[in-house]
Ligand binder design. Sequence first.
Ligand code: NDP
Length: 288
Amino acid sequence: MTVILDGKALANKMQANLANEVADWKSKGYRIPKLVVILIGEDSASKVYVKNKEKSAQKIGFHSVVRRLDEAVSEAELLDIIAEYNQDETVDGILVQLPLPKHIDEENVLLAIDPKKDVDGFHPLNVGKLFVGDPDMHPCTPFGIITLLKEYNIELVGKKVVIIGRSNIVGKPLMHMMLNEDATVTITHSKTKNLKEETLTADVLVAAIGQAEFITSDYVKEGAVVIDVGMNRNSDGKLVGDVDFEDVLPKVSAITPVPGGVGPMTITMLMEQTMYQGRKHCGEESHD
Ligand code: NDP
């Protein structure tokens, strides 16, 4: 029987644990963690993502700040605002919602965030630490994938992992995390020749492509574990993954659904990393 890797259930469990931890801190009079999310402009998808992050942070009991900036904000103004939050000792996590307006250089913004408050894990220092196998802050989507696989005791040591997609936020960091778990990793992309030849060798297949229901059963080895990162709207406007779930389901040993798989884990890892930094910054000695 195929196991459905229930990211929503694990996310709920982890967020409830965080809420208990925060309540415990509060009762002891310690400063509770603070997450600042900076949202620039009116992109509707970004607004939904930020709303969801705010909801989770509030539910857990963090101090949650959403700083909304006009689309026309200059790069210099944005960097000044980040610098203020870097210096503010009550702030544990800073996240700038991507994508940014075209006139703002993404690299400059990511570099400006204090790596110790980089709860999204995109600062080049944190990316480099992951690369050398000494990670501190992780990009949240791949971190959520690894956490979900571990929850279900899915062995990665020596396993053949094939990742489709090489973005900086999913495919590339996941490649390093899988290597750090002692998997053998192949990363593929739009220029890969004979994609199917690669995917059919996968014990664990991760689809992070951005194309609705692209992966059908003929791409998948019997008994494989399939992780679907995609979040796409199909022609009926329904939210679907990069994997044709119904087609692939009978062939695989485990699979993530969309929605309810990787998505809720992504937000949860953001909360975990805020707590992680909070623990460091708000330890026993730092009362309000
Ligand atoms: P990107 O668009 O940045 O990257 C897509 C990758 O897929 C690229 O590397 C691209 O190759 C590759 N690709 C595209 N078409 C093909 C193809 N036909 N064959 C093989 N490879 C192909 O996407 P993201 O990584 O940002 O996101 C991927 C998906 O995951 C999206 O649906 C996104 O919405 C979703 N997502 C979900 C999250 C969650 O929390 N659940 C979080 C982040 C993303 P190339 O590099 O050559 O262009």
